[in-house]
Write a protein that binds this ligand. Structure first.
Ligand SMILES: [Zn+2]
Length: 252
């Protein structure tokens, strides 16, 4: 997929980087990414991937913009309250980069959407049921998955390249980690910029996967925003995992 003169100008700061260049930018242009959830994580993820020139970005979220979202969901404006998030986000993102194809689903994620021939799925949802559902489908379909969550001052990111690895998945890690933020986020609050940090990490990880640099399948990255510290640990495969374990029954 070749670049136009306008794209050479627009993406010049990528083209100057040795390990992106014209070939890398063409890879981004030919990619098709699904972002599930347009909250505090989905807003920065979508913004950076659209700005970066990912060719096709699909957005999935059934919710409407609420005033309480504005503290952290940076794609939305006061006048957007009451409107569907995906519609408001599409409008903002198209104004940012009209060269990117943006498709929207104003429904909760389902099997049909996940079967949309994606290069990558980015999980920005805030409930464990949706996260497990997305993981199960990505694992079965062999689609890379970038997942993050945040609560209070803390964030966590984990990514999987299911094209290359079938052992060790999101479900293994969540079951091992009783302190996983997604289990406690309902009424605990979150600092807006923590979501910006984690969403930006998701976007950078997504670009690494699309460019072919990703080597960190299942590594868990935790950010403590109060101390300004990162901690990375290796995830461990669970031999009894219902998704990737040897006794798995797949019904999808
Ligand atoms: Zn697993």
């Amino acid at each position: 997929m070749s670049l136009s003169d306008d794209e050479f100008m627009r993406y010049s700061r990528h083209l100057l980087m040795d390990d992106i260049g014209e070939e890398g930018q063409q890879r981004l242009k030919s990619a098709r990414v699904l972002i599930v959830g347009l909250g505090g994580l989905g807003c920065p993820v979508a913004t950076y991937l659209v700005a970066a020139g990912v060719g096709s970005v699909d957005l999935c979220d059934a919710d409407h913009v609420d005033k309480t979202n504005l503290q952290r969901q940076v794609l939305f404006r006061e006048k957007d309250c009451g409107e569907l998030k995906v519609i408001c986000a599409k409008r903002q993102l198209e104004a940012l980069n009209s060269g990117v194809e943006i498709n929207v689903y104003a429904i909760n994620v389902n099997s049909t959407i996940l079967r949309g021939n994606y290069s990558l799925v980015i999980d920005c949802t805030d409930n464990i049921k949706a996260r497990q559902f997305i993981n199960q489908h990505c694992h079965t379909l062999g689609i890379p998955l970038v997942s993050a969550a945040a609560i209070g001052w803390e964030g966590q990111l984990v990514a999987f390249d299911y094209r290359q690895h079938k052992q060790l998945c999101f479900s293994c890690i969540v079951d091992q980690d009783t302190n996983d933020p997604v289990k406690n986020c309902s009424n605990s609050g979150v600092l807006g910029p923590i979501l910006g940090v984690m969403g930006s990490m998701q976007a950078a990880t997504a670009i690494r996967i699309l460019l072919g640099f990703f080597q960190q399948h299942g590594d868990i990255h935790r950010y403590d925003g109060k101390r300004g510290q990162w901690l990375a640990t290796k995830g461990v495969a669970d031999s009894n995992c219902p998704v990737c374990g040897p006794n798995t029954f797949r019904s999808i």
